[in-house]
Design a protein around this ligand. Structure first.
Ligand SMILES: Nc1ncnc2c1ncn2[C@@H]1O[C@H](COP(=O)(O)OP(=O)(O)OP(=O)(O)O)[C@@H](O)[C@H]1O
Ligand SMILES: [Mg+2]
Length: 371
């Protein structure tokens, strides 16, 4: 459907699906400008203009930043969907960087010098518009190449639109060798329009409402309550419950994890899948980075014979807590009666305490990301 993101947004507000929000209106008009430039550039790239020997001027990109639940991802999705050009790509930033490192590795094997230019050329040929959700930089490997990668992309005429919880100046804050990263910050400020989307309302928190976070006992009642929360948080029509997307995600070292339900940053797992199989910190950190909300069903009361499950559960909760992930669960007992005895019972106290804190208003109001 060809429509400006501006019109589509207005329609959603009129229909009552979105609440009126002044900051969102500002962001949408900025996105609409990018949209019309991109579409015009594609039109000018067609034969007549090329015949005249004029190169279409690329559209300047956007850096949309603000607190959690402000509607950044929602607006970017609407924008991405509205833009009528042939070559566009939307990626989760973390996964995009994993792809980049794989390409770097492949280029280095060829031993043909600087690996970045051929990667930039390939990416630019694949997409004129690159949209990233949740730009966050938390490792030196990404930090060290981002400036060259993105200046290459922008110079090649690729339009970059990204969301982030942080102002560009605060990206990779206190990171190792941050000086390697500073040119990227300059690049963002020079080449992208930096727009705050930071209104007073955390709409996600609103949607979570007064939903219970920890439901006891396991059973149909708890499952129904959790799935209602899932549908509310993801805007997914409950009638279509048979078709909720699944995800195969890489969790480090080439290992994969099947996520039975994954949508808009919310994942649903069973206790069995995450804690009864051989999984470890790397898997849990990958989950914590990727999802802002994890719903876990079927947590049993654990005994001495479940020491491995209990230890994995401790590691999982540490990872989720570290990244301020919202954790909703159904279990056969309240946290403090979950693991009455067994190896590591003492350490489990910390988990109990974290689980209590993770149900608090303060925790739930915090943004997703490393502490
Ligand atoms: N104006 C609005 N009215 C009603 N619901 C909204 C509005 N804006 C956003 N939402 C809803 O609020 C939820 C959170 O929005 P979204 O995921 O876009 O936030 P975000 O800014 O990307 O947050 P984060 O930084 O945590 O990724 C979504 O379900 C979205 O559809
Ligand atoms: Mg988001």
């Amino acid at each position: 459907m060809s429509a400006s993101v501006l019109d589509r947004h207005a329609t959603l507000v009129q229909a009552g699906e979105l609440r009126p929000d002044a900051d969102q209106v500002k962001a949408v008009s900025a996105l609409a400008k990018v949209q019309s430039k991109l579409e015009a550039a594609q039109a000018r790239g067609s034969s007549v203009w090329r015949f005249l020997g004029r190169k279409p001027e690329p559209a300047r990109g956007l850096y949309l930043w603000g607190g959690v639940g402000r509607g950044k991802s929602m607006l970017m999705d609407l924008f991405f969907d509205s833009v009528q050009i042939q070559h566009k790509r939307r990626a989760h930033f973390h996964e995009f960087m994993i792809d980049i490192h794989a390409r770097l590795k492949a280029e280095r094997v060829k031993e043909k010098g600087d690996p970045i230019p051929p990667i930039v050329a390939a990416l630019a040929a694949e997409a004129r518009l690159l949209c990233f959700d949740e730009m966050v930089v938390n490792n030196v490997a990404d930090a060290a190449i981002m400036s060259r990668l993105f200046s290459g992309l922008i110079a090649a005429g690729v339009t970059v639109v990204t969301t982030s919880n942080r102002h560009p100046d605060d990206l990779y804050k206190n990171g190792l060798n941050r000086q390697l990263f500073l040119p990227f910050i300059d690049l963002v400020k020079e080449s992208l329009d930096v727009i705050a989307l930071d209104g007073p309302t955390d709409y996600r928190r609103d949607r979570l409402g007064s939903a219970k976070i920890w439901l006891v006992p396991n059973g149909p009642k708890a499952t129904t309550a959790l799935s209602e929360t899932f549908f509310r948080m993801t805007d997914y029509p409950p009638e279509d419950r048979g078709h909720v997307p699944t995800l195969e995600m890489e969790v480090g070292g080439g290992r994969m994890l099947h996520v039975p339900k994954a949508l808009k940053g919310v994942a649903v797992f069973s206790f069995k899948r995450l804690c009864a199989e051989a999984r470890g910190a790397a898997d849990y950190l990958a989950i914590a980075r990727r999802f802002h909300t994890v719903i876990m069903v079927g947590i049993p009361v654990l005994g001495p014979h479940n020491r491995n499950e209990a230890a994995r559960f401790v590691t999982l909760i540490d990872a989720l807590y570290e990244y301020r992930v919202k954790f909703l669960a159904s279990a056969d007992a309240e946290p403090d009666h979950l693991y009455p005895q067994g190896d590591g019972r003492f350490e489990f106290d910390r988990t109990v305490s974290r689980l209590m804190e993770m149900q608090s208003e303060d925790y739930l109001a915090e943004g997703h990301g490393p502490r």
